[in-house]
Design a protein around this ligand. Sequence first.
Ligand SMILES: C[S@@+](CC[C@H](N)C(=O)[O-])C[C@H]1O[C@@H](n2cnc3c(N)ncnc32)[C@H](O)[C@@H]1O
Length: 386
Amino acid sequence: MTVQLDTAWEPRAQALADELEARGDLTDPAWKAAVAETPRHVLVPEVYQQDSNGEWQPLDVTSPSGLDRVYSPTTLVTALADRGTHREGISSSTKPDLMVRMLETLDVHDGQKVLEIGTGTGYNAALLSHRLGAERVFSVDLDADLVDPARERLASIGLRPTLVTRDGAEGLPEHVPYDRIIATCSVPVVPDAWWEQLADGGLLLTDIKRGTGAGNLVLLRRNGDELEGRFTDRWAAFMLMRHHHERPRVLYTPTDADAHTRTTSAPPNPWEHNRVVWFLAHFTGLPSGARFGMRFDPDTRQPTAGTITAPDGSHAFVMLEPTPGGKWSVTESGPTPLWAAVEEAHQAWRAAGEPGWGRFGMTTTAGDQWVWIDEPHGKYQWSLTV
Ligand SMILES: C[S@@+](CC[C@H](N)C(=O)[O-])C[C@H]1O[C@@H](n2cnc3c(N)ncnc32)[C@H](O)[C@@H]1O
C-alpha cells in the first residue's frame, strides 16, 4: 500500500527538523535538510500502537493526529508477527532523533558509499539517499515483504537506493567496499562479513547487545584486519537481529524450589538504572537468554521487586524497597545464582571507578572480539566470542 503525498506533511517535517536541531540531536545542515524534505508518512503507511490492554491497534497516518505522530521523535512499529499467544513488533521506523544522531556519529562525507543493515520502512535509506545520492546507498533486510514495499515507497518519492532481501549478517558482498556500515538492528558480536566489506579506514556503527537492554551503540574504525572504537555516551537500543530458521523463544516457568534469601548491596533494577552494570552482568555469569521483569503489588499495582529468569529455570527477585540497613533483600533459586552475576558486575564496575559508556570500547580481530574499559589491552577486558 502506498500513501499518496499530501500537502500537510511539509510544515510538519520542517518543524521536526527544527525540533531536532533545537534539542541538539542534529547540527549538520545537510541532515537537517534531509529530515525537512523527507515525507516520513509515505514510508510508514502501516503503523501500530499498543492500547491500554497491550493490544496492537493500527494508527491512521493520514489523519492530522497520525501525521503529528509520524513527524515527531517517536519510534513507529510498522510490522507485527504472530507468536501464537501474542503479536510482536518485528520492524519499526526508528525515532528520527536517534536516527540523525547516529547518522551524524557515522561521520558521512560526500562521495561515500553506505551499507545499511535493516531497511525496515526505508526512512533511514531515504535520509541517506537525500544526503549522498541514492546510487551510493545500499540496504538489506531479512524479509522480501519488508524490502519490496520499501523499494516501491522510496521509488514513489523519486529515490532508488539498492535494496536487497538478505540476512544482514552476510552484508552485501556484491557492492563492496563500503565507506560506512550502519546497523539498525542489534547483534551480540560483529559478523565477520561486516569488517571484511568495510573499506580500510571506514566506520561501522552498530548496537552490540548481549541480552535485552544489555548493550549500546559502538562506533568502530577499520584499521587493516582490526576494528576498534568506543561505545557512544548516550544509550540506545535496537531490536535484535533475527534469522530465518531460528528456534522460537521458549517460555519457561521459574521454580521457587531451593529458594535462598539474603541481602545484597548491588542496587535492584540495573536494566533500568545502571545499564552498564546490566551489560557487564552478561559477562560475569548471566546465562544467555536471561530475561528481566517486575513483580507488582496486587492491591496497589505498584512495582515491588525486580526479577530475572533464565532458560535453565533459575530465578531471582530483588526487592525494590531497601532494608533498614540500606541493602536489598534478594531471593535466588534454581541451578544458576542469577543475582550473583549482577553483584560481580557491580563490583567490577565499582573497581573500575564507576565508568559510563564513554569509557567502554571494543576491538575485533580475525579470531577474537572483546569489550574493554579505557584501553584495549588494559586491566578490564571481557571476551564477546567465548
Ligand atoms: C529498527 S528496524 C529498522 C529501521 C529502518 N532502518 C528504518 O529506517 O525504518 C530493524 C530492522 O532490522 C531488520 N532485521 C532483523 N534481522 C535482520 C537480519 N538478519 N538481516 C537484515 N535485517 C534484519 C528487521 O526486519 C527490521 O526491519
